[in-house]
Ligand binder design. Sequence first.
Ligand code: ADP
Ligand code: MG
Length: 394
Amino acid sequence: MEENMFGKKEGFDPDYDLKLEESLAKNEYPAQKIAQANASEHTSLCAKMCTQEVWNKYKDVKSSGPAKWTLARAVNSGISYPESFVGCHAGDKESYDDFSDFFYPVIEAYHEGFSMKEGSKLEGTPSERMNPNKISVDLTSSAEEKIVSTRIRVARNLSMFPLNPGGTKESREKIADLMAKVYAKIDTDSDLAGDFHLHTKMSDDERQALIDGHFLFRGKDRMQAASGYHEHWPHGRGVYLNKDKTFVNWVNEGDHLRIISMEMGGDVKSVFSRLSAGAKAIEDGVREISGEEEVFTMHPKFGAVTCCPSNIGTGMRGSVHILVPKLIETIGFEEIDRLCRERNCQARGSTGEHSEVIDRIDVSNWRRIGFPEYELVEDMIKCANFLAEEEDKL
Ligand code: ADP
Ligand code: MG
């Protein structure tokens, strides 16, 4: 059997295959799984909003966009894994409106305070709002000492392609081809200049080193696999890295693009400023090569369209990796996360979403919509300051 870099023939690796949950595969209402999720303390937005009424309304509907998305596909990860928090995905931009009785309540529940009726009233463009001079709070010296690294990313999708859960091997490869051209045009003197590496051409060792350095997605996330993110793996997947590995782009992990700025230490403004310049360079580059005026998929009500409703809007997640060993020991990760949530932030494990705490904790803004990017960065700074202060009390 021909083996790919993950040791399995593409399409045969059970960790990457898309499997529909039993009832969903028959296009039947997954009543038992939904009841199970709703009975647990953990809130699954997918289970909560996928009521029998919503199911009956949409079960035979296909989205009007290129993915011909269905409710069964949209809810598969949350129904397969009732412990997921959001658990649903759009296959194309149209899915959000075509299944509005399902997606709008999910959006409003996740992005508390945001109303789909009113929509987002943010002023200016993302690059205007990603102005480091607008950040009005600083990290305390105590927080700064505890910060290992800072990373801010935006999720973006390209308007000429379906979102990846509804994409094909061909659409993924076309995206990678387009991005290769965009990267090749970045001025070699610029500090954004670097190289694009395709997963199909990377060795296992190279890939692992990038994952260990926090530069690359781990893959093999079962919830992501259930959304269809991992289909046709590893085709069309890649990572762009500038020379210092401070400007990074993920291509086709889940969203078409994750535009990332990161560096060691806690210079949040420097990271934010590079992100702003980098995101603009990518947008301009895609516009020039594709000839499309609207480069990134945008929704009139909420802004950037992403596969997961948690990321819509600004698509921005700013995080610091912070060392608070005494706090972890005394109150534990769950309680730290709860305290972060009270501050419009979230805690993740040491290697990202759904990971364990090894040493550091990833603290990031929870909200992504209705607030300018610089305010979301301020949420993160304030939360890091708070955790540092709590650590110092122990
Ligand atoms: P995203 O929301 O961007 O998908 P994930 O939680 O999936 O983030 O994590 C992606 C990767 O980014 C992981 O390797 C994670 O450890 C890394 N990462 C996140 N925040 C930071 C940070 N502040 N410094 C260094 N690496 C980070
Ligand atoms: Mg992720």
